[in-house]
Design a protein around this ligand. Structure first.
Ligand code: TRP
Length: 470
């Protein structure tokens, strides 16, 4: 992707303008930038490696890839299609389609699930975004150079044990997100995605290059890509499914909102596949960067949410120009998290504006501050409340802190539920000719998609739910 050389007018600014004004930035590109900005985030670089490590590697990765291909991409297409056909914010798009196609307005529930999920996810997402901010200073100061795994681990534990520092960086991250949402200026940031994402990709490649010199690259590749099904549990399958939704920003009507700005002549299938491939590529690259370092230093693949913060700093401490690359890496990670965070807050703010008649500043402040306050519970889960498992009496939630519960409830339950509703809406209730027209696929491909959202997605989500939750 290259950046326009002819100045600001080339890009229509926000997505809002993308239908009206087209310059060097095609609207397809504008959509891809916004959708990729939302999709690529902490989910790819922070969460994917650690859930893969916790769930035993290859078999989990395979299930995750299958979920992306046969559930994620079709659901993304359905969301974008509903958004484009509705032409409004998610709640109103569904209302508009409901009127046009004669559906029950109860489908608005999809929007409600999304708003709740976004709000809950952002509360802990911002805490992790704060970790990334904190690590800019850690890497830039040069204190990592030549450190041992123990020392790097101690720096991370030091951060977690300090609620004040965590709160400071959580506050900074949330403020960054609120600033952009309140001002309604997405354009600059979205344009930046076209430079920063490739830059993040290159830095990941540099770390992968370093990881190859550790002598444990083969072991890492085998861990990621040689499925050992004895390692896979039913809860692992649920986590893989939930993560497919999380990483692609699905199940929350975000892609619906973006789809409403996609011009009619652009292929929904091709754009959805492009976004999904970029997103998956970043995650796999992060895995290839991190696991060689894990094995080379005798670390634990299942170390949990701290995994990248206990491994990447080791690499940056050892490679040439590590302080520079490390600092750049965490700055880029913050940008990736920032564009995702915005897409988590935006739906709530839009809803408050539309339904409650608040102006943008007030609704951003209201939603942002409540979300920030909820984040404090996640911060305390890392230290003072580390042993507090409020729902521990339920066997599958045993030992889960508030932070773990928020992650579990949103990624593994709310998002797949939102996705299930989208699949049911597209597969069973929307007008088929209208969808044929909207997707403009060959009859064979359309039917493949239709059968998937009508049967395969609901059955797959249903079976995984029943196995895990019953
Ligand atoms: N996809 C983002 C990530 O991987 C997180 C995210 C942003 C998200 N917006 C979302 C997840 C909407 C679900 C729904 O980091």
């Amino acid at each position: 992707m290259s950046v326009s050389s002819s100045g600001s007018a080339a890009y229509s600014g926000s997505l809002e303008g993308s239908n009206a004004q087209r310059g060097l930035w095609s609207s397809r590109l504008a959509f891809i930038l916004a959708a990729t900005g939302s999709a690529v985030g902490l989910g790819n670089i922070w969460k994917f490696p650690y859930v893969t490590g916790e769930n035993g590697g290859g078999a989990f990765v395979l299930v995750y890839l299958l979920c992306i291909a046969i559930i994620g991409i079709p659901i993304m297409m359905a969301e974008v299609m509903i958004g484009r056909r509705g032409g409004h914010s998610p709640v109103n798009s569904i209302k508009a389609i409901a009127q046009r196609d004669g559906l029950n307005p109860a489908w608005k529930l999809v929007g409600a699930v999304g708003i709740l999920a976004g709000f809950l996810i952002l509360s802990f997402y911002s805490v992790i975004g704060g970790w990334a901010i904190s690590y800019v200073g850690t890497t830039a100061s040069g204190q990592l150079s030549g450190q041992t795994a123990d020392a790097v681990g101690a720096i991370f534990s030091g951060l977690l044990s300090n609620p004040g520092t965590l709160l400071l960086w959580h506050t900074v991250f949330m403020a960054l997100v609120m600033l952009v949402v309140a001002k309604g200026v997405r354009s600059g940031l979205e344009r930046a995605v076209s430079i920063l994402m490739p830059a993040l990709f290159v830095l990941l490649l540099i770390v992968v290059g370093y990881a190859m010199t550790t002598g444990h690259f083969g072991q890492a590749a085998a861990f990621l890509f040689q499925p050992d099904f004895s390692m896979l549990t039913t809860s692992g399958v649920l986590v893989a499914l939930g993560h497919a939704f999380f990483t692609l920003s699905l199940g929350m009507a975000v892609m619906m909102a973006y789809g409403s700005y996609l011009p009619k002549k652009i292929s929904i299938a091709k754009t959805s596949i492009t976004v999904s491939v970029i997103d998956t590529g970043v995650a796999l690259l992060a895995g290839l960067a991190i696991f060689p370092i894990v094995f080379a230093n005798g670390l634990e693949p299942g170390a949990g949410p701290g995994l990248i913060f206990q491994t990447l700093p080791l690499a940056f401490g050892q490679m040439p120009m590590g302080s520079l690359f490390g600092t750049l890496f965490f700055v880029l990670l913050i940008f990736a998290a920032w564009t995702s965070g915005i897409s988590l807050l935006e739906p709530i703010v839009e809803w408050l504006e539309e339904q409650k008649g608040m102006n943008r500043t007030v609704s951003t402040l209201g939603a942002g501050v409540v979300c920030w306050a909820l984040g404090i519970a996640s911060i305390l889960s890392l230290n003072l409340w580390a042993d507090f498992a409020p729902l521990g009496f339920i066997p599958m939630l045993e030992g889960k802190t508030i932070f773990d519960l928020l992650d579990f409830f949103t990624a593994n339950i709310l998002l797949p539920l939102g996705g299930l509703l989208v699949a049911l809406m597209a597969g069973w209730v929307m007008s088929k000719p209208a969808m044929e027209k909207e997707l403009a696929l060959s009859p064979g491909t359309f039917n493949l998609w239709f059968v998937t959202v009508r049967f395969i997605t609901p059955i797959a989500v249903g079976v995984v739910f029943i196995y895990n939750l019953m």
